[in-house]
Design a protein around this ligand. Structure first.
Ligand SMILES: *[C@@H]1O[C@H](CO)[C@@H](O)[C@H](O)[C@H]1NC(C)=O
Ligand SMILES: *[C@@H]1O[C@H](CO)[C@@H](O)[C@H](O)[C@H]1NC(C)=O
Length: 483
């Protein structure tokens, strides 16, 4: 079966019988070099294993090196594959030991990947020599997702663990895409672990495994985040008047879908042909046609699903909208000791009077703020729904900055305060101060709007007045109003 080996053995025996002059070898290295063979599946791989037999080429020169094999063994991952001296040991299918010592594997498969050691056993005095090769059967990547269904549902705030386990040779690297954008991760991690802190983290996560062999492998995991209802409204305060039409809007997002109800107080709003509840996608509307005075009040849009409930309140009111100071060229308005304020108020019912509050402006938030001065200003006989008015405050200090706010009253009561206006009399350096956003802290409430502001209010109960005022101060905070 191994004719050459057999011949070598014979020659060696001859040598040891001193038929030849067998010198100690000078060169005993392998002529083959240790190699790692990267092979595609189904390719054939030849692993060499032969010694430097001298320079004479072809014909074995025993005299010079005497490097002959008596036996050749091949090991795969330390297990003996073949032993040329053991005819009973059969090589696995598709393997061949050539007479020159090379091991050939036909049509390699992924399981052929491993370390291959060839061992050459030589007659004394030569020692046994070994050479190590390796085969890496390259294999295109594949990837298995976790959860294996490719679908994961968590509650908002819960931990998300999704992963993609790749296989392939060489070992693939994994990258992740979310909403078609690559996630910027510091490494090629196979598991993503994060908190579903935001419902916008829901969507399709796609992993892709690449190893340079064949196509990338991808897998998708769809993450669904369920959450209690979240509600929004564009207007939480709606001005109306009898005979008008009012529309209360509430935008609900929830998963699973929420049950939405409209309440007034704690009582569900009775629906009929005049009061209608409409749904358009996630937008819920309570439409009130031909408003009656009894419709005024605080409405609640309440949404409930398995995970919880959410609600917002919307007030339907007959009182005027908060007034707005008109933004005009300062120079035209400011006098040495006076300032002309111009404002507009929307109201479906006529304005009866205005209260204009003003005081010195102190940029530093200290404890003692100057007191407010209240001016009661009568209306002019113009018709709505937009009421405008100009008023000149006199007796002001020269070169001084003031702030002002406005409330107005119609037959249903006092409006919420307008945003605060800052203005300066002639010579005041308003530029810097006015460029700074107005930051009014809620702690300052009592100081900003006198509590008797709406004392004469006829329609709203004092309890809700306070609340309304607090809310309005908060909403005023971020408004910069420059005169
Ligand atoms: C290897 O051969 C098998 C059988 O012919 C075939 O199914 C497989 O696709 C081949 N693999 C590659 C990578 O060509
Ligand atoms: C060993 O024998 C095989 C099969 O005949 C041949 O393909 C290979 O080239 C040989 N290797 C050397 C180094 O001669």
């Amino acid at each position: 079966m191994f004719p050459k080996v057999f011949i070598l053995s014979v020659l060696l025996s001859v040598c040891f019988l001193n038929l030849f002059d067998c010198a100690v070898p000078v060169i005993t290295e392998f002529l083959s070099v240790p190699t790692t063979v990267k092979a595609r599946e189904n390719n054939s791989v030849l692993l060499p294993c032969y010694l430097n037999t001298g320079s004479s080429g072809g014909i074995i020169n025993i005299k010079e090196d005497g490097a002959f094999a008596t036996t050749i063994k091949w090991y795969k991952n330390k297990d003996l594959l073949v032993d040329s001296s053991d005819p009973d040991l059969h090589l696995p299918d598709g393997h061949m030991l050539w007479s020159n010592g090379s091991l050939e594997i036909f049509r390699v498969q992924p399981e052929d990947t491993g370390e291959y050691v060839c061992e050459i056993i030589r007659p004394k005095p030569w020692s046994t020599v070994k050479q190590t090769h390796a085969i890496e059967v390259m294999h295109p990547p594949s990837v298995s997702p976790f959860p294996p269904t490719g679908f994961l549902q968590v509650k908002l705030g819960e931990e998300v663990r999704i992963s993609c386990t790749p296989s392939g040779v060489p070992y693939p690297i994994v990258s992740w895409n979310f909403q078609n954008e690559e996630l910027k991760l510091i490494d090629h991690r196979e598991m993503l672990k994060f908190t579903a802190s935001d419902r916008y983290l829901a969507g399709v996560y796609e992993c892709s495994a690449v190893n340079g062999v064949g196509e990338a492998a991808t897998a998708q995991i769809e993450l669904n985040i369920i959450y209690p209802p979240e509600l929004m409204t564009s207007r939480s305060w709606i001005h109306t008047a009898p005979t008008h039409r009012a529309q209360l809007e509430c935008k609900v997002s929830a998963d699973p879908q929420a049950m939405v109800t409209w309440l007034k107080g704690e009582v569900p709003v009775p629906l009929d042909s005049r009061v209608v509840s409409l749904v358009d996608g996630d937008k819920y509307t309570l439409l009130i046609r031909n408003v009656q005075k009894s419709d005024f009040g605080i409405y609640t849009c309440r949404a409930i699903n398995e995970l919880g409930q959410g609600e917002i309140t919307i007030q339907l009111s007959g009182v005027p909208n908060p007034g707005v100071f008109k933004k005009t060229d300062d120079n035209a308005l400011a006098g040495k000791n006076s300032y002309k304020l111009i404002w507009e108020v929307d109201s479906y019912t006529p304005i009866i009077e205005y209260n204009l509050w003003f005081r010195l402006y102190r940029p530093k938030t200290g404890l003692s703020k100057p007191d407010w001065t209240k001016l009661t200003i009568p209306t002019e006989h113009n018709s709505g729904p937009v009421y405008s008015k100009a008023y000149t405050i006199k007796g002001l200090k020269e070169g001084t900055i003031y702030e002002a706010l406005l409330v107005s009253r119609n037959r249903y009561g006092w409006s919420k305060p307008s945003p605060i206006l800052r203005f300066g009399t002639l010579g005041a350096d308003v530029s810097n101060d006015l460029a700074t956003p107005v930051q009014i802290h809620t702690q300052d409430d009592s100081n900003i709007i006198p509590l008797d502001l709406t004392a004469s209010s006829s329609c709203i109960h004092s309890g809700s007045v306070l609340i309304t005022l607090l809310i309005s101060v908060i909403t005023c905070n971020n408004i910069i109003f420059v005169g």
